[in-house]
Structure formats: C-alpha cells, structure tokens
Design a protein around this ligand. Structure first.
Ligand code: BDR
Ligand code: CA
Length: 315
C-alpha cells in the first residue's frame, strides 16, 4: 500500500477523491489536509469531516490548512465557483449529515512539516485545491521534498480554463502558490490538467450504477456527481453535455490505475502578473522547448478506467 496525504478544498469532486482514497485497499490515506478554495476553509474542513464520517472513516485525521492565498488578500471574495461545487449548490455545505468528529488542533502546515521530516516511508502527496498550504510548507523547509515519492496535482489548463479563458480554478485561486510549488524542484510531479479531467466525464448512467451499489459511498458519489451533471447541463460549467468531470478523483485513480491518464514531460510555469492571464499554466510544448521538464503533464484521461474504479471501490 502507498502512503497518501490528500490536500483538499471539499468540494463535490474532492469528496469523490476522498472516498476513493479512503476506501481503496491499495492506498493508506494517512491524513487529509484542507485549504480554502471551492468554499472558505471552515466549510472545506467541515465538508471533509462529513465525507469521512459518511463512509465510516472518521478515524482519518483532518488538519486545517491555509484560509487565504500566500500573497493575496481579500480571498475568497466574490468570484467564480465551479459548476456543481458546494457553493454552486446551496451555500457551502455538502448534502451530508454534520460530522460527529472534529478537525485536529495541529495545523496542516505543522502536520506536514513534522510528518515529512520524520517519516520512514515516502509519502505521495495529492493536492487537489489551491496550493496555498503546500507552497507554505515547501517554503518553510524545502528539504521536505525529499520525503515525497510523488506529488500529483489537479491544476492548470492548456486549451481553456474554467474560471477565466486562460486559467483553471486551483491555479487561479492562488497563483503565487502554484508558481512556488511548480518551481520547487519536486523529485516527481504529475499534473492532471483540466484538459485531462474533461476527457473522463461521468454520465447519468454511471451514477445509476453507483447508486445501485447500495453502499454509503456509492449513494453519496451518485448524489454528488448527479448534482455536478445537473449544473453542467444547465450551462454553468464549460463543455460537458449531460455528463460531468470529477476532476480531483482522476488524481486518485491515477495512483491506482496509472493508465487512466496519458502524460508527457513538460516545462510548466504559472503566470502571476498578466492582466488577463493570471493563474495560467504556461506549458512549453514547442518542439524546441528551452526549459527542463518539471512535470509529467496529463492532457488526456479515460472515463472507463475511472468509472470502473469508482464502482469497484464503492461496492
Ligand atoms: C478544480 O477546482 C475545484 O473547483 C475543483 O474541486 C477542482 O479541484 C477544478 O478546476
Ligand atoms: Ca478541489
């Protein structure tokens, strides 16, 4: 089993990622850290606890991370939210009972620093929200990257963004943090872009099958993904017709079935100053690219592999 720490801004698609990581026997989900993003930090933390409680894994510790971006203030402020996100649906809470457990007192930054400094087993870190907490950890002690077997990030877009024409939400919501993490010299970085997640759409038929499993995870995933499909179908999300991307779950699926995505090595930087392009992942795809590749970047993904995994893990 692979030791995994998931960093989330829960979030309907984050919720599916958490359930897959917590329930699949091949992964050891050691902890979940939270960050402000889809909704403010208190709500991403509360939603994360709700999800773990709903699937009978309240034993997994949850550590709250940064409530704001590393350099910008006024966050989250009035801005775009994703179709089918918690905020889009009804305020900020996921449609699950209030949690019976509390978050840990130790902050995500302290927890990650301490864990990565002392672990004897390499850790796979999977950030699927804005990178504020992760950038803070790497800035505080760059040597902790040596404890990371792999970092798998959901973020960035090449063809089009979902919050601006240029930018994907997680990078846009804290562009300085994204720039810091991408330039931190991580030994192994895999970037699951919006281009990839939009290739692995989950359909209403898939939701019927998930719900038919009759398990808490199957029913919860079906409910949350159906809400995402409704939102995309109503035109509130980019480019999905009667189906929806479940972005963050693709990162966990990749840990279990790497063939779910197709990657290529790319030099990626994040725009932090452009007047129209802030948060854009600038991919050097030129045949004569100058920078050294710093990430394995996924532009494509397979819905069949993702859905098979959800069905088997939630059974
Ligand atoms: C990303 O932004 C959030 O809304 C989702 O949870 C996902 O991590 C997609 O752009
Ligand atoms: Ca997310």
């Amino acid at each position: 089993t692979r030791k995994v720490i998931l960093d989330v801004d829960t979030g309907t698609d984050d919720a599916v990622a958490i359930m897959l990581a917590a329930l699949h026997p091949d992964l050891d989900l050691a902890a979940v850290t939270t960050v402000s993003g889809n909704v403010p930090l208190a709500a991403t933390t509360d939603n994360t606890l709700r999800v773990l409680d709903a699937i009978g894994r309240p034993d997994i510790p949850v550590h709250p991370g940064l409530a704001h971006p590393v350099a910008r203030r006024g966050f989250p402020g009035p801005r775009h939210f994703e179709a089918g996100s918690a905020r889009d649906m009804h305020g900020t809470s996921l449609p699950l009972p209030a949690p019976r457990t509390a978050a840990r007192a130790e902050s995500a930054v302290e927890f990650l620093l301490h864990t990565l400094r002392t672990t004897t087993e390499p850790v796979t870190l999977v950030p699927v929200g804005p990178l504020s907490t992760i950038a803070t950890v790497l800035a505080a002690d760059p040597s902790v990257r040596d404890a990371l077997a792999e970092v798998v990030i959901m973020g960035g877009a090449h063809h089009y963004g979902n919050v601006t024409p240029s930018a994907e939400f997680n990078f846009w919501a804290d562009p300085e943090a994204a720039a810091m993490v991408l330039s931190a010299g991580l030994p192994r970085l895999t970037l699951v872009t919006l281009d990839a997640t939009h290739r692995a759409l989950v359909t209403r038929d898939d939701c019927v099958k998930l719900s038919g499993l009759g398990t808490p995870a199957g029913r919860t995933a079906a409910d949350l993904i159906t809400r995402r499909i409704d939102a995309y179908s109503a035109g509130r999300g980019v480019a999905a017709d009667d189906a929806a991307p479940v972005h963050d779950a693709v990162c966990i699926a990749y840990l279990l079935r790497p063939e779910v995505i197709t990657t290529r090595p790319v030099h990626v930087e994040v725009e932090t100053t452009g007047s129209r392009t802030v948060g854009r992942a600038v991919m050097d795809l030129r045949p004569n690219a100058t920078g050294e590749p710093n990430a394995q970047v996924a532009f494509d993904a397979r819905a069949d592999v993702l859905v098979d995994l959800l069905l088997s893990a939630f059974a």
